[in-house]
Structures are given as structure tokens and as C-alpha cells.
Design a protein. Structure first.
Lengths: 268, 272
């Protein structure tokens, strides 16, 4: 395991230059460039704000916010960014090994590098979105209070990054063996989105509250969204849950790499 | 210290007729239907023994499909052996299918950097070598152009320049040199010769038996995944050629007689 990490660090210039090239290629032809990555979740959230705030009757007053719709927007934006990060890591990560087949066939590098390339790309988009979102939340709240909560949120970004890397690794290996994993992840993502309290608060689930309890994404939503939106820390169990969940996910990913690394080349 | 040590190494591929299995098919196979995607076992390499140290240049020859490229890939660490022991020590640089490992949207300069990082270089060490690499490849202004516009020969030049500049301890080359033009081939031979004198290990797959005799000090002849003969290049190449000719006798053709040939410009006639 340690050897694997050492090897990943040894090849850091390689995968970092690939990530840079990925970003450049992706926004080569667009005028707005990397700002597209910021526009999409924010535009989506804006529309959802208008539509869902009426549907879900977000009319109750929330302390700290001038209007209910402002509270809803501040609730929705960080949640959407976290969800997009996880979903994109899983979705694009599916093809991590298949797209990098050329490198796998020439130079046997540690397999963790290929999902890492994907997740670094999605992480950069996530960080940029969060930059804008934290600013927006401060504006909506008309105070700098969310900034004081950043010390609790930033370490959680690291955990989220590790979780996304683990998810990307698992989907990448799964896609090599079952090539319809991409479709499963896509459809599953849609279902998961509505089952997860992103656009509504978890209280609204009522009888189906168990859905929020078994959903791993909810843990990350709580530790990242709550400090920014409510400006108060979630209960301590959530932090333990976040650490535990990340450890389990990373453990599964490393186990998969260790189990399949000698076999996957025969399936590519 | 570079070293290759293969002890009774075998490699078997289990290939399915239909490449990618869907989850549905996998479940059905388990529950109801027998597999309609039968497995074919391909014994790519059988019981190979090979040993090479610093300064050895191993030539690998054989018919198409003998397992030469597979052997190189095993040496590179791409395929783990199904049985036997394979020990390869030293920094490996492999030159296989030349289009592999190029990022087609990036320019020549960027690709020099990618490939170098892939081979374990750092930005500092590359700064010193990058102009030398560019000069050796003789691509000039084309280095600014995205690599997808390069011809095969240009790609070969670029890949070869990069791979030899990073001073690998083990160099594995798979039949790519034939894509370069004549001047490049001569240049490449020169460079490989100089690399050999710096006591490095090289394994080369080629169909040109003359290259083997010129560059290598050991030769291995593979046939259907097994070693037919191993030893000095002259002996192995002679046996290989004899075998090839014996299996496919060249048809008897009457050599043209001198009288049949009519010279284009007959100075005698022109003067007359």
C-alpha cells in the first residue's frame, strides 16, 4: 500500500501534466473557458430555487436570512456542488482505465493514477464552484459569518476528495469488466439525486427518513453544507461518520486495486 | 545494475469471443444459460528461460504471432507471467506501438514532457535535455504543431529521441525502427551503438535479420511461444533463415540473360 502511494508520488509530474492538459483541452474552444464549470451548477440552482421553493413550500423564515428564498438558495448551492463533484467523479471515472489503455499497455504505472487524473479534474471544478458559492452565500446572508466556518469545511474537502477518488476507482474497474456500468452509474445517479436531500431538507422525508440514514452522500452534505448555510456545526457523529466512510471507501478502492491489478490488463 | 531473469516463464491469455460482457449476460450465464461466450486459451509464451545483464543486447526474432511482442510486454511489466519467475531490474523504457502514449491534442514539446515524466524524469532534469531531444528528432518547427498531424515516421523519430535521451537502464524496442526514413535509421543505429557501450541492457524485436547481426550480441528465436534456439546472433539467424526458406521454397525463376537487356542510352549508338 505504502509502495503504491510512493509510486503515485513519484509519477506526480506525469499525472499533473495530464490533468492540466485535460483542462486545457476541455475548454479550448469555449469563449468563457473554465467559467462554464461555475455557470452550470449555479444556473441549475437558480432555476431550482425559483421552481422548488414554491413546490416544497420553503416559506418558513430561517434565522440569519432576509427572505426564505435566500435561505433556500444558500441551502441548495453547496449541496448541488458536492453532488456534482461525486456524480462527475463516478461518471467520468468510469472510463478512467479505458481511456488510458495506451499508457497501461506501455508503462505499468500504479493503477491509482488513472482515477486520480479524473478526480483532480473534477476537484478543480468543485473548488472553483465552491469559491463562487461561498461568496454567494455570504451575499445572501449579508454577512461574513460563513467565512468563519471555513476552518471546519476545508478539511472535509480532503475527505470528500478521497471518497470521490475511491468511487472513481471502483467504477473504473467495474467498467472494464462490465461495460454497461457507465449506464448504470448514469441512471443510478438520477435516482440517487432525488433520494438524497439535496433539493429538500431531510426532515421532509418523514417516514422515509431511513433513506437519508443509509445514504453515504448525506454525511458529506451535512459536514460541508451545514456549516456554510446554518453557520453552525453539525453533530460530532457526522464527523466521525465522514472519517469512517472515507476510510471504508478508500479501503475498498485499495483492496480492489490490489486484487485486480494483475488481472485487469487481460480484460482491456 | 540492469538485469533480466526469466525462469520457466509462461503466459496464457483467456480470450472470449465477445469482448465485453454486460452485467445482464454475466448474471444470466450464472443463472440459466450456458456461456455463449466461450473462453479460448491462448498460450502466448511457454516455458521461456532467458538471462541477460548489463551490456547485453538481445535480439528477438520469429514468425508473426510467435510471441515476440508479448515477450517484450512481459519484460516491460505490462503482463504478469501466468507461471514461472520473471525478474527485471533497472529503469525500463519501452518503445512499442508508436502511437501509444502520445496525447494527440498536445504539441510536440508537450509530448516530450509527458513522455519524459512517464519515464520518471522531473521538470528540472528535462529542462537540460529538451533541446537535445528536439535536435536529435530533427522535427524543427513541427514540434509546435499538435501531434495528431504527424506522420508515423515523425512519431517514431520523436519517440525514439525521447526514449534514448532519458538514459534508461533497460530499453525495449518493438519493430518500430523500420518506420523511420533511411537517415533516421542510420542515426538510430549510431545512437543505439553508443548506448550499448555505456553498458545498458537492450531487447529488440525485429524482422530485419541484418539489424540483429549488427546490433545484438545475443539472439533468441521464438516459435509458437516457445524458444526454438538461443545463442549467438549469427548462428540463430542462420538457423532461422534456413528454417524459413525450407518451409517456403522460393519458386525457380530463370535469371534474365544479358542479351535480353537493352540499355537505355547506348553511348555507341548515340555517337554513331
Amino acid at each position: 500500500m505504502l509502495q503504491h502511494l510512493k509510486a503515485v508520488w513519484m509519477f506526480r509530474y506525469f499525472w499533473m501534466s495530464l490533468v492540466r492538459m485535460d483542462l486545457r483541452t476541455r475548454y479550448r474552444r469555449s469563449v468563457l473557458g473554465i467559467f462554464w464549470s461555475l455557470l452550470q451548477p449555479i444556473a441549475m440552482s437558480g432555476i431550482m430555487c425559483v421552481v422548488f421553493s414554491r413546490l416544497f413550500e420553503m416559506t418558513k423564515e430561517v434565522p440569519g436570512y432576509p427572505a426564505p428564498w435566500a435561505a433556500y438558495a444558500a441551502f441548495l448551492l453547496p449541496g448541488m456542488a458536492v453532488w456534482e463533484f461525486i456524480r462527475n467523479s463516478a461518471g467520468i471515472g468510469c472510463n478512467a482505465l479505458i481511456h488510458n489503455e495506451a499508457y497501461i499497455r506501455q508503462c505499468p504505472l500504479p493503477y491509482g493514477i488513472y482515477p486520480l487524473r479524473t478526480v483532480m479534474g473534477t476537484a478543480i471544478h468543485f473548488m472553483l464552484s465552491m469559491l463562487v458559492i461561498v461568496t454567494l452565500v455570504c451575499l445572501l446572508r449579508q454577512s461574513f459569518e460563513p467565512l468563519t466556518m471555513l476552518w471546519a469545511v476545508l478539511p472535509m474537502f480532503v475527505l470528500l476528495f478521497l471518497f470521490c477518488w475511491a468511487v472513481a476507482t471502483l467504477t473504473a474497474f467495474a467498467t472494464v469488466y462490465f461495460h454497461d456500468t457507465t449506464h448504470l452509474v448514469e441512471v443510478g445517479g438520477q435516482l440517487f439525486f432525488f433520494m438524497t436531500p439535496i433539493i429538500y431538507e431531510s426532515e421532509k422525508l418523514g417516514n422515509a427518513a431511513w433513506l437519508a440514514e443509509i445514504n453515504p452522500v448525506v454525511v458529506y452534505l451535512n459536514v460541508i453544507r451545514d456549516p456554510l448555510w446554518k453557520c453552525e456545526l453539525p453533530p460530532m457523529e457526522q464527523y466521525f461518520a465522514a472519517f469512517g466512510l472515507t476510510a471504508v471507501a478508500v479501503g475498498l478502492a485499495c483492496g480492489t486495486i490490489g486484487w485486480l491489478q494483475k488481472r485487469v490488463i487481460f480484460q482491456l | 545494475m540492469a538485469k533480466i531473469e526469466l525462469n520457466d516463464v509462461s503466459l496464457t491469455f483467456n480470450i472470449r469471443q465477445h469482448r465485453r460482457v454486460t452485467l445482464k449476460e454475466y448474471l444470466l450465464k450464472g443463472l440459466f444459460l450456458q456461456a455463449r461466450n466461450p473462453v479460448i486459451a491462448v498460450h502466448a509464451l511457454s516455458h521461456i528461460d532467458l538471462s541477460a545483464q548489463d551490456g547485453d543486447r538481445v535480439g528477438i526474432i520469429g514468425h508473426n504471432g510467435a510471441g515476440k511482442s508479448t515477450l517484450l510486454k512481459l519484460l516491460a511489466g505490462v503482463y504478469p507471467p501466468t507461471s514461472g519467475q520473471a525478474t527485471i531490474e533497472g529503469r525500463i523504457c519501452s518503445l512499442f506501438d508508436i502511437t501509444l502514449g502520445f496525447e494527440s491534442e498536445a504539441s510536440g514539446w508537450d509530448n516530450i514532457r509527458f513522455r519524459s515524466y512517464l519515464l520518471g524524469e522531473t521538470p528540472k532534469s528535462i529542462k537540460r535535455k529538451i533541446h537535445e531531444i528536439a535536435e536529435f528528432s530533427e522535427l524543427g518547427e513541427f514540434l509546435d504543431v499538435p501531434v495528431r498531424y504527424y506522420s508515423t515516421g515523425m512519431l517514431v523519430r520523436l519517440a525514439f529521441s525521447i526514449s534514448t535521451a532519458v538514459e534508461p537502464e533497460v530499453l525495449l524496442i518493438d519493430e518500430i525502427l523500420s518506420a523511420g526514413d533511411l537517415s533516421f535509421q542510420l542515426k538510430a543505429r549510431e545512437r543505439m551503438k553508443s548506448m550499448m557501450t555505456s553498458a545498458r541492457l537492450m531487447a529488440l524485436v525485429t524482422h530485419e535479420t541484418s539489424t540483429v547481426e549488427l546490433l545484438c550480441n545475443k539472439c533468441i528465436w521464438l516459435q509458437h511461444g516457445a524458444v526454438m534456439m538461443q545463442g549467438r546472433p549469427e548462428d540463430v539467424v542462420a538457423a532461422y533463415t534456413q528454417n524459413a526458406v525450407a518451409n517456403h521454397p522460393v519458386a525457380e525463376v530463370e535469371p534474365p540473360s544479358v542479351a535480353d537487356t537493352v540499355p537505355m542510352h547506348d553511348p555507341a549508338r548515340a555517337a554513331a
